[in-house]
Design a protein. Structure first.
Length: 268
């Protein structure tokens, strides 16, 4: 496997926001990393896999105190959290951050056969077994990378606020993808960082911690937000009209699945 010349790419998208991402990572686990400049400090929404130091790679834009927020604790979002002194996560997933994750799936074959079938059906076809297409350096061992423990310095819940001085983001508890999934909502600008609660791609719902009933409630809630732009945990950003389309599509899909199950009950 080739050695990457550079692990992260970035794009300034306006509103004082920069998108960073890991181009050598398969889209299945390629997390969007969002940096927001503030007067008194900066906000970092999710931190990727932690394969390469995010703080070092973006030191030219990390020129203030950084508050790193995990929208949830799946490994593709919290790998770099340990590099930052101020770490925020929802109270229901704080223990996961403290413990770290001894297992990080970087090979498609390490998913169960059932998971691989579902991922392929959703469109996450993987051309080769590895979920990274390059190595950060010659000595990197793909089977030995883990998520370092990163005890949160502040656990949050619905309605808490992350204040940057001239910008303030309200915490929205958006469970369904995971118990402690959160969004960060800036009412003044209509900007929502949604994590994996909603993004413009196949949503993953059939794995430990996911809850369809909670996801339905979250989708209904998201439909009512007067958002201008949604910056998700994966894929491209989108506006309110697209948000409603995505939410309605999944609500209809889940409604159909529930109707099918009720009309074809399984005898236990």
């Amino acid at each position: 496997m080739k050695i990457a010349d550079r692990w992260f790419k970035r794009q300034r998208i306006g509103d004082g926001i920069t998108l960073l991402w890991e181009p050598h990572v398969d889209p299945l686990i390629r997390c969007n990393i969002w940096h927001v400049k503030g007067r008194d400090g900066d906000l970092l929404v999710d931190t990727g896999l932690g394969i390469v130091s995010l703080r070092s790679a973006a030191k030219d834009i990390f020129d203030k105190h950084i508050t790193a927020v995990a929208t949830h604790t799946h490994y593709d979002h919290i790998g770099g959290m340990h590099e930052f002194d101020r770490r925020i996560v929802h109270e229901s997933e704080a223990a996961i951050m403290s413990e770290g994750l001894a297992e990080m799936v970087l090979r498609f074959g390490d998913f169960s056969e059932a998971d691989r079938r579902e991922l392929n059906a959703l469109g996450y076809g993987v051309d080769c077994d590895e979920l990274i297409s390059a190595l950060p350096h010659a000595d990197f061992e793909i089977d030995e990378h883990i998520v370092q423990p990163a005890p949160c310095t502040l656990s949050v819940s619905e309605g808490d606020v992350v204040d940057l001085g001239d910008r303030a983001f309200e915490i929205l508890h958006l469970p369904g993808h995971s118990p402690g999934s959160i969004g960060l909502w800036e009412k003044r600008t209509g900007v929502l960082f949604s994590g994996d609660a909603i993004y413009d791609g196949p949503l993953l719902t059939n794995f430990p911690g996911a809850d369809i009933d909670q996801y339905v409630d979250t989708m209904h809630r998201l439909r009512t937000l007067p958002v201008r732009v949604v910056h998700g945990g994966h894929e491209d950003s989108f506006g309110r009209e697209r948000l409603i389309e995505i939410a309605d599509r999944y609500l209809e899909l889940w409604r159909h699945d529930m109707t099918t199950k009720l009309s074809n009950p399984t005898n236990s």
